[in-house]
Structures are given as structure tokens and as C-alpha cells.
Design a protein around this ligand. Structure first.
Ligand code: SF4
Length: 410
């Protein structure tokens, strides 16, 4: 299986948001330039090592994430230019925050092959933005969406619900304003309080700051209804897109494709064959004969330390089914038939039946060959019937229960 996706991590932010536990550092402005220069030199070297090893030739999607990649300015443009010299991705996303995305930067990125910008908008209520420690305001966020579209790139917006002080009215107003700006893609996430973050500590002192799960579920419902009426289709648990604007890179993650990670904290996932071929890129990571898949996380800036997780064939099959449950399409029958080669049919059928009993998923047939209501798990798993196990509304809202059913088969 060729590696078709590349993720690059840029772990720098102008200021740490209060809810964030991602790997990102903030520096005093006088030190930021030197820190970015040193980090990007290491990225360029690592990129060349990937390219020289032939690992980038088949790459179709690239995602520059962070952190705040747009903070790197010209260095980011140079990185994108170098990536485009090694491969010709059909989708090339760059994450950006509104305060550091200028029209010049968006134009330069478009010129070197970037096709899509994913903006950290979160909310369009200025009080909510200030409470969670974001440094942009609503006007700047709307300007950034317009800038991305004006230079001909796809615009995606990340939004969050369950923020301190957020109300049903402010959430609807955020959605209305985002829809008026008409990005191509919108992602909606419930806020989670991560231990160790400033917001977590604030919520320990003031319970009212804790996200209310019922309110978040209501926000997710309202978002789904408004986005769907505006022509966006929900293709993944948190993602909505206008037709043809789904994020191919994220779909690669959710459909078990191999990917490479570049930069500190970046994760890659290789099947055993690709890992053997590219083992020289991961010093001191031993091969393991029983591993079907290897997940690798770069642990330092210089790509000398990696954390490896080895998955057996059975674990990889369970992971593929769990990830497929994130997608609106659900788990395809082909995937179930393949999984049955390594997971006993009885256990697999029991997990499907449990998902049906709990109302988390339902069988859907795409062709009128059979009636979906008469499909049985055993028939699909044995290849006698074709149907996909798609999440229901409950399965979408309570995804963790569904994910656990399939991951439990590992
Ligand atoms: S901009 Fe993103 S990565 Fe940076 S601190 Fe905020 S949430 Fe974290």
C-alpha cells in the first residue's frame, strides 16, 4: 500500500488558548523568528529525507497543521513550495488562524500549490473568543474567510460549542454569520476540558464554566439542521461540506490509508511493508514480525526519537471499523467481510447486533437488491448480502459507544 497522505506539524502559536493541550509553544516575539527558523530547517531536511527515500511520490493529500502554521509566514510558503517539488497533491490544506492570515500569505500559498485553508474560527462572539483565550475577533475571522475565498482557495472553518458563556442564541448567531460567509467546509466540535489547561483549572473553581453535555448535544443538532438546510452534507461526525469539498486528507485517516508525519508530535501510520521499506527513516524503531501496521509519533524536533505502536492484523481491522463509524457512510460490507478473516464471525456479528439493538447503527442498502430491514449481520459478514452499517442519529451523538463496540474486537 503506497503512502498517499502527508501531515506536517508546526507547533508554534502566538498565544496559548485556554482550552488547548495540543503540542504548541508560544515565544516572546523577539525569540519567535529564531525558533521558527531552526524548526523549519529541520522540517526541510526531514522532507528531503522522505523525498529521497521515495516516500512522497504517491502523496495525494497534504495537511499542514498545528499549532498555528500561518504564524510562520514566508517559511510556510517555502515549506509548501518544497513539498510541491516532491509531489503533486490533489488537496493541500494549510491550517491558519485569522490574526495571522493575510491576503499576501494566502496568495503566496495558493501560488505554491496550497488548495485549501482551514481556519480556527471557533465562535463569532467576541466575549466567548476572549474567554477561551483566542486573540482574534469575529470581524477578523470573517475577513479571513473572505480572503481565502478571494484568492480562489477552499475555505474551511472550525467551530466549537459548549464554550463558557455560550447560549443557544449566540450559537445560532455564530452559525448564521458563518453561513453568510459561505465557507466550503465547516467542522463542529464540542469543547472538552483537558486536564492541566488554564480552562480546566478555572472550571475547578467555577462549575459554570464546565461544558454542559446536553447543551452541546443541542448545539450539534442545531448545527446539523442549519448546515444541512444550507446545502452542506454531514460526511463525518464533526464535518460538513458542500458537494465535492470534503476533506480528502481526513478521509484518508478514517479509511485506514497509510500516512506520513513530519515534525514534532506528528503521527504517521504505515503498513508493515511500507515500514520495512522506509525503516531507515525511523532510527532505533525495531521491526516486529507480528505487526500488520505501525503508528509512529515523532518525539523531538530533529526526528531522532520516535514512539511506535504496533498493531496486529486483528487490531488493525478493529481500528478500521471503529474509524469507519465516524463516517456518515458507516462500515461497508467489504470491510466487514475482510475483518471476518481475522476476527471470529460470531464476535463480529455480536458487535454489529449490539449496535443495532442499542439504536446506534442501522443497515443501509445502496442498491435495491434486498430490503435493508431483512439484512442480518451474519449474511453481510459472510458476503451473502451487501449493506453498510451506518450510524443513526443516536450513534452520531453518542459516537463513543459505537466506537468502543468495534475497538473492543481488537
Ligand atoms: S491556536 Fe490552536 S494549537 Fe494554538 S493554542 Fe490555540 S487551540 Fe492550541
Amino acid at each position: 500500500m503506497a503512502v498517499t497522505a502527508l501531515y506536517v506539524h508546526v507547533p508554534f502559536c502566538a498565544q496559548k488558548c485556554r482550552y488547548c493541550d495540543f503540542d504548541s509553544r508560544s515565544f516572546a516575539p523577539c525569540d519567535l523568528g529564531a525558533a521558527l527558523d531552526a524548526y523549519f530547517e529541520q522540517l526541510y531536511a526531514r522532507l528531503d529525507a522522505f523525498g529521497d527515500a521515495g516516500a512522497l511520490a504517491q502523496v495525494r493529500t497534504v495537511y499542514l497543521g498545528g499549532g498555528t502554521p500561518s504564524l510562520a509566514g514566508e517559511r510556510l510558503v517555502e515549506l509548501a513550495r518544497r513539498i510541491s517539488a516532491w509531489c503533486k497533491p490533489v488537496e493541500f490544506t494549510c491550517e491558519a488562524n485569522p490574526e495571522s492570515l493575510t491576503s499576501e500569505l494566502a496568495t503566496a500559498l495558493a501560488e505554491v500549490g496550497v488548495t485549501r485553508v482551514s481556519l480556527g474560527v471557533q465562535t463569532l462572539d467576541n466575549t466567548e473568543l476572549a474567554t477561551i483565550g483566542r486573540i482574534h475577533d469575529a470581524d477578523r475571522a470573517l475577513e479571513a474567510i473572505a480572503t481565502v475565498k478571494d484568492v480562489g482557495l477552499d475555505a474551511s472553518c472550525d467551530l466549537m460549542c459548549g464554550l463558557p458563556g455560550q447560549t443557544a442564541a449566540s450559537w445560532k448567531s455564530t452559525l448564521d454569520d458563518v453561513l453568510a460567509a459561505a465557507p466550503h467546509h465547516v467542522s463542529v466540535y464540542p469543547l472538552t476540558l483537558e486536564e492541566g489547561t488554564p480552562l480546566y483549572r478555572m472550571a475547578c473553581r467555577d462549575e459554570s464554566l464546565e461544558p454542559d453535555e446536553d447543551f452541546q448535544a443541542a448545539c450539534m443538532d442545531v448545527a446539523r439542521e442549519r448546515l444541512c438546510s444550507a446545502g452542506y452534507h454531514p460526511y463525518e461526525v464533526a464535518s460538513y461540506a458542500l458537494d465535492g469539498h470534503e476533506c480528502a486528507h481526513n478521509i484518508a485517516y478514517w479509511t485506514g490509508r497509510g500516512y506520513l508525519g513530519l515534525g514534532r508530535s506528528a503521527a504517521g501510520m504505515l503498513d508493515a511493508e511500507d515500514f520495512d521499506r522506509l525503516a531507515g527513516l525511523f532510527p532505533d524503531v525495531p521491526a516486529r514480525g507480528d505487526a500488520h501496521r505501525v503508528r509512529l509519533v515523532q518525539r523531538d524536533d530533529g526526528a531522532t526519537a520516535f514512539e511506535a505502536e504496533y498493531l496486529s492484523q486483528r487490531e488493525a481491522a478493529a481500528e478500521d471499523m471503529m474509524l469507519a463509524c465516524r463516517m456518515t457512510r458507516g462500515v461497508a460490507s467489504d470491510l466487514l467481510v475482510r475483518a471476518a478473516c481475522v476476527i471470529p464471525t460470531g464476535e463480529l456479528a455480536a458487535a454489529c447486533d449490539r449496535a443495532l439493538e442499542l439504536g446506534l447503527a442501522t443497515w443501509v442498502t445502496d442498491h435495491v437488491e434486498g430490503h435493508a430491514g431483512r439484512v442480518t449481520s451474519k449474511d453481510v459478514i459472510a458476503g451473502r448480502a451487501r449493506a453498510r452499517l451506518a450510524p443513526t442519529h443516536l450513534g452520531w451523538l453518542d459516537g463513543n459507544m459505537l466506537f468502543e463496540l468495534f475497538w473492543g474486537l481488537a
